[in-house]
Design a protein around this ligand. Structure first.
Ligand SMILES: Nc1nc2c(ncn2[C@@H]2O[C@H](COP(=O)(O)OP(=O)(O)OP(=O)(O)O)[C@@H](O)[C@H]2O)c(=O)[nH]1
Ligand SMILES: [Mg+2]
Length: 293
């Protein structure tokens, strides 16, 4: 039995959460086409007969100035320091920037590292080959091209990851696939649907607070959540004409919540304006964006 903690690192939108979900085989981390979707480190556990891989999905590395951005950066640092190895996820359809190359080089100098060249299904093959050739200058790393959405080459990736596992006890029960409570998952699912249905200018400013999460004796789970935005002008956009946009978010979120709790869900969403919330310690605290001891 081998086990270990593996941090999943990379730039925003590289496909870290998609990969984490694909390896776990369950949805543990929300995904969107926009950068900076993931805000917390999220554990996804991959169990099989002879190993337990504890993946730590992280926020994409970027330079934001808000307190929220600082929290996200802390999440990356702590995931890195608490792990036995790293999966650095690259978007293989893009040119490998010098800064990224240098980051991987410094990462590999301190941590066993596998570079995952993702999005091979849409990548220009010549460009991806160039990226692989350039990366092979870095000593000691493994390079694995994959497609997370098409689930291509994931078995090869798992085989390479297993070589990084050092411990000999499982850390979590084998039926567990994440460490996050349902309430957190619910907030994330609502945020994912908001990211999906809202226009480009708003979503970075969105937070979701689940205020009520109760399963009654009738077996129905009642969830109430606030969708928090930055500006008064965002509120009517989130609600939409005659409530249509909020309704779409709510319907899509409810469907997924029902499969999460395996029962009927009543979901009520409210839109609240809290300008500057990404720098407001109280709101960040409410939303759980605070350093865990
Ligand atoms: N074509 C293609 N798209 C992918 C692949 N993997 C991820 N994507 C898409 O890339 C976008 C970003 O995916 P995420 O998994 O949210 O990326 P992330 O690295 O977790 O992003 P952040 O949380 O913002 O740092 C989504 O639209 C995914 O569907 C892939 O293998 N092929
Ligand atoms: Mg993510």
């Amino acid at each position: 039995m081998k086990s270990g903690f593996i941090a999943v690192l990379g730039l925003p939108n590289a496909g870290k959460s998609t990969l984490t979900n694909a390896l776990v085989g369950e949805k543990v981390s929300i995904v969107s086409w926009r950068p900076q979707t993931t805000r917390d480190k999220i554990i996804g556990i991959v169990n099989d007969e002879d190993s337990q891989i504890v993946l730590i999905d992280t926020p994409g590395i970027h330079e934001g100035k808000s307190k929220l951005a600082a929290f996200m950066a802390d999440e990356v640092t702590s995931a890195r320091s608490g792990s036995d190895g790293a999966l650095y996820v690259l978007d293989g359809s893009r040119i490998l920037e010098k800064q990224t190359f240098e980051f991987i080089r410094s990462l590999a100098a301190t941590t066993p590292t596998v570079v995952v060249v993702n999005k091979m299904d849409i990548a220009d093959k010549a460009l991806a080959m160039q990226t692989v050739a350039r990366l092979s200058e870095i000593k000691g790393i493994e390079i694995v091209p994959i497609s997370a959405t098409k689930k291509e080459n994931l078995d090869e990736l798992l085989a390479v990851v297993k070589k990084m596992l050092k411990d000999d006890v499982p850390y979590y029960p084998e039926d567990m696939y994440t460490d996050k409570p349902l309430r957190f998952m619910a907030a994330e699912i609502v945020r994912e649907k908001a990211l999906k249905f809202l226009l480009a200018e708003i979503p970075h400013g969105i937070g979701v607070e689940v205020r009520k999460f109760e399963t009654g004796e009738d077996g129905v789970t009642r969830i109430e959540a606030d969708v928090i935005c930055e500006k008064e002008t965002h509120k009517p956009i989130i609600i939409g004409k005659g409530g249509a946009t909020l309704k779409r978010i709510s319907v899509a979120a409810r469907k997924e919540l029902e499969s999460l709790v395996d029962g009927q869900v009543y979901l009520r969403l409210f839109v609240k304006v809290k300008s500057g919330w990404q720098d407001d310690g109280n709101v960040l605290n409410l939303l759980g964006y605070v350093k865990k001891k």
